[in-house]
Design a protein around this ligand. Sequence first.
Ligand code: SAH
Length: 260
Amino acid sequence: MSIGKVLLVGAGPGDASLITVKGLLAIREAQVIVHDRLVNLELIAQAPANCQIINVGKNSNHHPVPQEHINQILIDHALAGKNVVRLKGGDPYVFGRGGEEAECLAQHNIPFEIVPGISSSIGGLAYAGIPVTHRHFASSFHVVTGHMCQGNEPQNWNALAQLDGTLIVLMGMSRQEEICQRLIKGGKSPDTPAAAVMYASQQQQEMAKGTLSTLKDEIARKKIHAPALLVIGNVVNLSDVLAFTSHPIDINHEPLLQAI
Ligand code: SAH
């Protein structure tokens, strides 16, 4: 029996229709789908009826499936000759340990492909009316994690505070107040515009907007929680003008392209 292939597919930021054409076709042909918690269930519903669906997302008790176990699931199904889709939120290589999974497949000589996705860090913010760069306001953007790795501070916030570009923090909501304080201490003006965007590109999308010093109050007032993107920089102010209502597209629609 020949070995199956694993496709690491980016599901996009939330709105199901933001997956790539290649990603959607891969789901429609998958024999096994291994997915994370943040993946839109409308996408899973595109799988064939006999496809095995395995949810390896962290549940509400924060019991994640250990990474080694996920790697083993991918290897075992590929060795059993199955076409496996490893479906991850946003882009598979922007956090979420996609690189480690691909390394593991390479080590085991399992054929794989990457199907990039729209990262929430860029596309999700666009849905909130925030362009990550703008000729007049930001000539770079920096995407960082706020998540503490085994109790260690992941970032040099003093160094990040010195950058003029847009700063985007993923997995930062549980420490949002501390992160804003650290950036102020590092030299960023307390008046720097800042926002938190929850469920970006999805129907429940909500945003809290303020400055580095007021964001925590706005987050509390608007009850913003994870999953959310923290974004700091002058581009945040553009959201007043650039916010839009998206036109939903049904991914069941055939032919797809005529729906646009
Ligand atoms: N690979 C993903 C990121 C994985 S890390 C990507 O490219 O988007 C998970 C973090 O991404 C979450 O904690 C949150 O900060 C952010 N995130 C992902 N989807 C989001 C969404 N729809 N709205 C807001 N934040 C999101």
